[in-house]
Ligand binder design. Structure first.
Ligand SMILES: NC(=O)c1ccc[n+]([C@@H]2O[C@H](COP(=O)([O-])OP(=O)(O)OC[C@H]3O[C@@H](n4cnc5c(N)ncnc54)[C@H](O)[C@@H]3O)[C@@H](O)[C@H]2O)c1
Length: 443
């Protein structure tokens, strides 16, 4: 499965692929889209606001938390309400598109039925909870031929566009390494470190005591396909669940979705050849606050082989700790033969500054986005492309998950992308695909 960044050629390929797919019902220019919201609190409220703000109809709402469902229903009193998305898909037929913002372990379960019904889907990052699910969703999206977008809204910024243009235009020459770091330190760490890093909860293992779930929460539906476990406040509310492997994938796959998106796009990355992680040993249940993962990529077109290294929590690239670059809290540092480029969400810097003081950006080449949600909504109508469609964002999600697989196995992995296997490391298999709770299947 090949993915490419949002080049013109990619847009054309996407359009051709879409036109070969079975017919998709499109709202047509001028007609409002009827949109279903699955997961109405947290990020879901933001997505719902963007979609309604663009003038679309919110026709159904689904949430396992009655408080969040009621708050959304007050905003959209005409919308049908559901607690279980399986029931929603069984009973509610008249809609064009779905926005999924549930906890990560249910993303694929809430997304797949929509694709199978040829409905357009916006799904929050990371696209799925593991690599096998990601492949399934990529395949279903391809077959459906609908408009898809993962919720990596930073992709729509002008800054990311300018960085991609500079890197692909050769401003710093061929790039052989990229370092990406994020300051967030949530997850397993010492109590001292949790305090120092302002973590939102301190927990080092599964609680032995059970608590009664709040009356407004359907805990069984929140668990969904995840193994049974009693409710406890260390999981709920979000974003506490992000650190539990059964529900989330820690910061690597969470913020990796936004930050690794930039090198993925600029350096035309896809499936890595090898992946190695440090910062372990891994905990069976909890994702780490601090870790690092190094990905090796082969040559791509006219781009040389390169390494991408991810650092989270208290790890940073050597250039940062040695104070050779500005001390940005999070950033991406591209290292080329002729210089370096440091970027974050909103700014970039060519380094050494003295060398680039007269450097002029050649001017925008990549079209500006109308906005991440609008791009998707327009594509739902027109059949046009989206920049973070499930093919591109699926490959990005798989790569981020691979960092966690390397961390959890504690081994350097060789990646056979076609077979979804790590030759020589059979123990990786259980982190690539998971067992579902009885009654749940992704078919
Ligand atoms: N794009 C971004 O910048 C961004 C920012 C924050 C979160 N996120 C992503 O959004 C998703 C949600 O994160 P959050 O922090 O809002 O979590 P959250 O737990 O605060 O909110 C999730 C919402 O979905 C509901 N929900 C959970 N399981 C459900 C189910 N099975 N069916 C229906 N509703 C369900 C919850 O009750 C809640 O209302 C995650 O994938 C997260 O990574 C993205």
């Amino acid at each position: 499965m090949k993915s490419r960044p949002a080049s013109r050629r990619h847009f054309l390929a996407t359009i051709l692929a879409a036109s070969a797919a079975p017919a998709v019902v499109r709202a047509g220019a001028g007609k409002k889209l009827d949109v279903v919201i699955i997961g109405c609190g947290g990020r879901g409220a933001g997505n719902m606001g963007e979609i309604a703000g663009a003038g679309e109809n919110i026709v159904a709402l689904c949430d396992v938390n009655q408080q969040n469902l009621a708050a959304a229903a007050r905003q959209f009193p005409g919308a049908k309400t559901f607690t279980d998305f399986r029931k929603l898909y069984d009973e509610f037929k008249s809609f064009d598109a779905v926005a999924v913002s549930t906890a990560e372990h249910t993303h694929a379960f809430a997304t797949l039925p929509a694709l199978q019904r040829k409905k357009h889907v916006y799904c929050e990052k990371p696209l799925t909870h593991n690599i096998w699910e990601c492949r399934k969703i990529r395949e279903a999206a391809k077959q459906a031929g609908v408009a898809t977008q993962m919720g990596t809204q930073i992709h729509a910024t002008s800054n990311y566009r300018r960085v991609v243009e500079l890197i692909q235009g050769g401003a710093i020459g061929p790039v052989t390494a990229c370092h990406v770091w994020v300051g967030r330190a949530w997850g397993l760490q010492s109590q001292e470190a949790a305090k120092r890093n302002g973590d939102i909860v301190y927990v080092t293992g599964r609680p032995t005591e059970a608590q009664t779930p709040p009356p407004f929460l359907d805990w069984d539906l929140f668990l969904g396909p995840a193994p049974e476990r009693p409710f406890h406040e260390v999981y709920f509310p979000g974003p506490k669940w992000y650190r539990w492997w059964d529900f989330g994938s820690g910061t690597m796959s969470d913020l990796g979705s936004h930050w690794n998106d930039l090198p993925f796009w600029a350096l035309k990355l896809d499936a890595p050849l090898t992946i190695e992680a440090s910062g372990g040993p891994a905990h069976a249940e909890l994702a780490p606050a601090t870790m690092s993962a190094t990905y090796a990529y082969g040559p791509r077109g006219d781009m040389p082989a390169c390494q991408l290294t991810w650092y989270q929590g208290e790890m940073r690239p050597a250039a940062w700790t040695d104070k050779k670059i500005p001390q940005w809290d999070s950033g991406a540092l591209f290292i080329g033969e002729k210089g370096m480029l440091l970027a974050d969400y909103d700014r970039y810097l060519l380094l050494p500054e003295e060398q680039f003081k007269d450097y002029q950006h050649a001017g925008p080449r990549i079209p500006e986005s109308p906005g991440h949600h609008k791009e998707w909504l327009e594509a739902c109508r027109s059949g046009g492309p989206t920049t973070c469609n499930f093919e591109y964002s699926g490959a990005l999600t798989e790569a981020n998950h691979l960092g966690n697989v390397a961390f959890r196995t504690g081994k350097k992995l060789v990646w056979d992308a076609a077979k979804m296997e790590c030759p020589g490391t059979p123990e990786a298999a259980r982190f690539i695909k998971r067992e579902y709770r009885k009654g749940w299947a992704l078919v």
